[in-house]
Design a protein around this ligand. Structure first.
Ligand code: FAS
Ligand code: PHB
Length: 391
């Protein structure tokens, strides 16, 4: 009867990081992932890491490539009315910074470390189901290689994302809070040098939001806001590059190096929180419990802070036989989640063009941005949320 201490559902950043931290603490864990490793690595997602996430990668003992290849950003820039304004997050927060390092690379580092340690990950685990977590003998059932399997455990960590089975299993016991935005983000990845390698550029324009980011000094990541029902085929590369240039200041537009897209996708934007994040011996972490619009670069970083709280609670349970961390996990995680939800909603509302928002609301957005970039207090509030609030 296969047994482990912690059964983790999902081999995304949350599941893999949790597995690595538990392994470092000598706690057995098994990950069940419904896709292949290649599929997981093929998803292009986040790009900006808070210091909390970088520190966790170091704690997990796998921060080396991140420090070698990640690009530290000391500032961000806001573009509106055709002018660009720096926000010096480093100075405003007393030295805190963010690091540009793609979620794909972070996931790859975690996967390679797990494989090197010989830790069990079952890829292509189909039809995972959760049982007994309201008692003290939880188990997972799943299908793999044409066979039915059971995995008995002490606890289940639901790290299976927004469309996962964990939250769906406890749907009747969850209170959901949701806001869906009336637009999406069209994202393009291109092997061209980023136009702003040391500061992410957030653009507000009457034509809509834009974002100039990167994955490395030779690989760029750009986004433009688009109608939520647009399709990727509506956006040939030339149309994308033209639209991006119309939404930033003339100097930046003249310096954008274009090239063929190597990935192009449209992501819907939503704010979502499921409460609570604990159900007996089942604990939710990451996108399984909450979603933020990517504007504030919080999604991946919230998954990391959930994992920090949850791994500490499991370690305390096994080492000190204390249930305090487990009992406080949900409240503790949700306090941070809601502050990140607020910041992500605020920045999304400030930077995007909403249907029929009219000239008056555009002027209000520009007035708030004008105030923001010239007020030390307002810029500090933006900066301390952007680099990540203390754990
Ligand atoms: P994930 O969704 O990454 O991982 C969950 C894993 O569980 C997946 O591998 C999935 O295959 C697996 N799974 C699901 N159901 C299962 C089942 N029944 N059985 C077994 N396994 C199952 N965040 C940012 O900070 N910045 C961004 O720019 C950004 N862009 C994004 C773009 C898109 C299109 C999406 C969807 C998200 C984006 N995010 C962004 C947020 C994203 O980075 C998430 O916050 C991050 O992936 C969260 O990690 P996990 O919680 O591990 O969830
Ligand atoms: C990204 O590089 O994908 C990125 C950067 C900053 C954001 C969102 C996405 O706010």
């Amino acid at each position: 009867m296969p047994k482990t201490q912690i059964a983790i559902i999902g081999a995304g950043p949350a599941g893999l990081l949790l597995g690595q931290l538990l392994h470092k603490a000598g706690i057995d864990n098994v990950i069940l992932e419904r896709q292949t490793a290649e599929y997981v690595l093929g998803r292009i997602r986040a790009g900006i890491l808070e210091q909390v996430t970088v520190d966790l990668m170091d704690e997990a003992g796998i921060g080396a490539r991140l420090h070698r290849e990640g690009v530290v950003h000391h500032a961000i820039e806001l573009v509106f009315r055709g002018e660009r304004h720096p926000i010096d997050v480093d100075r405003l927060t007393g030295g805190k910074v963010v690091t540009a390092y793609g979620q794909t690379e972070l996931t790859r580092d975690l996967m390679e470390a797990r494989q090197a340690a010989g830790l069990p990950t079952v890829y292509e685990a189909a039809d995972v189901s959760l049982h007994g977590f309201d008692g003290d003998k939880p188990l997972l059932r799943y299908r793999h290689g044409g066979q039915e399997h059971e995995l008995h455990c002490d606890f289940i960590a639901g790290c299976d994302g927004f469309h996962g089975v964990s939250r769906a299993t406890v749907q009747d016991h969850v209170t959901e809070y949701e806001k869906v935005y009336p637009f999406g983000w069209l994202g393009v990845l291109a092997d061209v040098p980023p136009v702003s390698p040391h500061a992410i550029v957030y653009g507000n324009s009457e034509r809509g939001f834009s974002l100039c980011s990167m994955r490395s000094l030779t690989r760029s990541r750009y986004y433009v806001q688009c109608p939520v029902d647009d399709r990727v085929q509506d956006w040939p590369d030339d149309r994308f590059w033209d639209e991006l240039k119309r939404r930033v200041d003339p100097h930046l537009a003249d310096n954008i190096i274009t090239g063929p897209s190597i990935e192009k996708s449209i992501a819907p934007l939503r704010s979502f929180v499921a409460e609570p994040m604990r159900f007996g011996r089942l604990f939710l972490a990451g996108d399984a419990a909450h979603i933020v619009p990517p504007t504030g670069a919080k999604g991946l970083n919230l998954a990391a802070s959930d994992v920090k709280y949850l791994s500490s609670a499991f370690i305390e349970h096994y080492r000190e036989r204390s249930a305090a961390g487990l009992d406080h996990y949900s409240d503790r995680a949700l306090h941070r989640v809601w502050k990140a939800e607020r910041f992500s909603w605020w920045l999304t509302t400030l930077m995007h063009s909403f249907p029929d928002m009219g000239a008056f609301n555009q002027k209000l957005q520009e007035a708030e941005l004008e105030y923001l970039v010239h007020s030390e207090a307002a810029s500090t509030a933006l900066a301390e949320n952007y680099v990540g609030l203390p754990l």
